[in-house]
Every structure is written in structure tokens, then in C-alpha cells.
Design a protein around this ligand. Structure first.
Ligand SMILES: CC(C)(COP(=O)(O)OP(=O)(O)OC[C@H]1O[C@@H](n2cnc3c(N)ncnc32)[C@H](O)[C@@H]1OP(=O)(O)O)[C@@H](O)C(=O)NCCC(=O)NCCS
Length: 147
């Protein structure tokens, strides 16, 4: 996919184990989230992908992208700890923006845990702004419950 940069590839199902290991090494997995399902659904989705960058045959960085029909989203941005501060995070976000532009998404958004000061500093360095929005959600995979 030259449009995304000559060294950016779209992940396929065979990349699952390596990408989940990368997510774990980057502290992005949580016990209450099923990382395998997250990977599988993003790779299978018609409007989502996981972009990867390999160095020396290994996946050094990855980012999940998706377009919900209104906004474009980036998730699970991960740069291998041994490859940080070398421009890979910036390159992956550029690829995410290009992927979303190709899918006609007018805007890119992402959610960052509020204690992840490293990531917030990184995004600000890229020109992203913290927006005055509260994220509200609930799980749909544990029954709908009251309300
Ligand atoms: C956040 C992360 C993706 C950054 O990747 P990276 O490859 O180290 O970042 P880059 O080298 O591309 O840095 C790009 C710019 O951001 C700056 N930057 C990086 N980390 C920063 C920080 N903590 N604070 C301020 N600026 C930072 C760099 O100095 C660089 O600026 P420059 O281009 O003007 O010199 C990486 O640290 C990571 O994988 N963290 C763990 C996972 C994570 O938290 N992901 C985000 C989930 S929302």
C-alpha cells in the first residue's frame, strides 16, 4: 500500500500473536478487554484495519484504524519499547491519517487514558489537541442490565 508509506503494511490474521505481544509490551492490554477479539474484529472489518511497520522482520509499530461513518478513530498505537523516540509513532499516525482520508473520514479522533501523560505529550507534539469531551460508555457483552 504505497499510499500509506512504502514500509507500512496492513495486518493479516497471521500477525495476531506478534501484534498482541506488542500491545502487551506497550501496556495497552487490559484484563477486561479481549485483545484477540479486538484484533480479529479490526482485521475482518470492512471499515477497519491494523497498520503495521516491520523492522528486521519484526513488527516494530502498529496502529488500529476504523471509520464509523462519521468519525475516524485510531486505537492501540504501539511502538516497541526498543524503538521509541525514533519517529515511528509519528509515522504510524501519519499512516492512520492517510488510511482514514482514503476512506473519506473527515476527522481523526482517539481516546487516551487520562493518566497516560507520555501518550498525551506525544499527541500534542503531533499537533493534536485535548478536546473538552467526556467519554460515556457501557459494555454490551455482559447483558444489557437495567436502564
Ligand atoms: C506514545 C508512543 C506511540 C510514541 O511513539 P514514539 O515512536 O516514541 O514517538 P516518536 O518518536 O514518533 O515521537 C514523535 C514526536 O513526539 C514527541 N514525543 C514522544 N513522546 C513524547 C512525550 N512523552 N512527551 C512529549 N513529546 C513526546 C517526540 O519528541 C517527537 O517530537 P519531534 O518529532 O518534534 O521531535 C510510544 O511511546 C508508545 O508506544 N507508548 C506506549 C503505548 C501508548 O501509550 N500508546 C498510545 C495509546 S493511546
Amino acid at each position: 500500500m504505497s499510499e500509506l508509506g512504502h514500509d507500512i503494511l496492513v495486518a493479516t490474521p497471521k500477525d495476531s500473536d506478534a501484534i498482541i505481544l506488542l500491545w502487551e509490551a506497550c501496556g495497552l492490554t487490559r484484563p477486561w478487554n479481549d485483545a484477540s477479539a479486538d484484533f480479529r474484529l479490526a482485521v475482518a472489518g470492512a471499515k477497519s484495519d491494523i497498520l503495521i511497520l516491520k523492522q528486521g522482520g519484526q513488527i516494530a509499530a502498529a496502529v488500529m484504524v476504523g471509520f464509523d461513518g462519521h468519525r475516524g478513530w485510531a486505537y492501540y498505537l504501539a511502538v516497541d519499547p526498543d524503538n521509541r523516540l525514533a519517529g515511528l509513532g509519528r509515522k504510524m499516525m501519519k499512516a492512520a491519517e492517510q488510511w482514514l482520508e482514503q476512506h473519506s473520514a473527515p476527522k481523526i479522533q482517539l481516546m487516551v487514558r487520562e493518566d497516560n501523560e507520555q501518550a498525551i505529550g506525544f499527541y500534542k507534539a503531533l499537533g493534536y489537541e485535548v478536546q473538552p469531551v467526556v467519554t460515556i460508555g457501557r459494555r454490551l457483552d455482559q447483558g444489557l442490565g437495567a436502564g
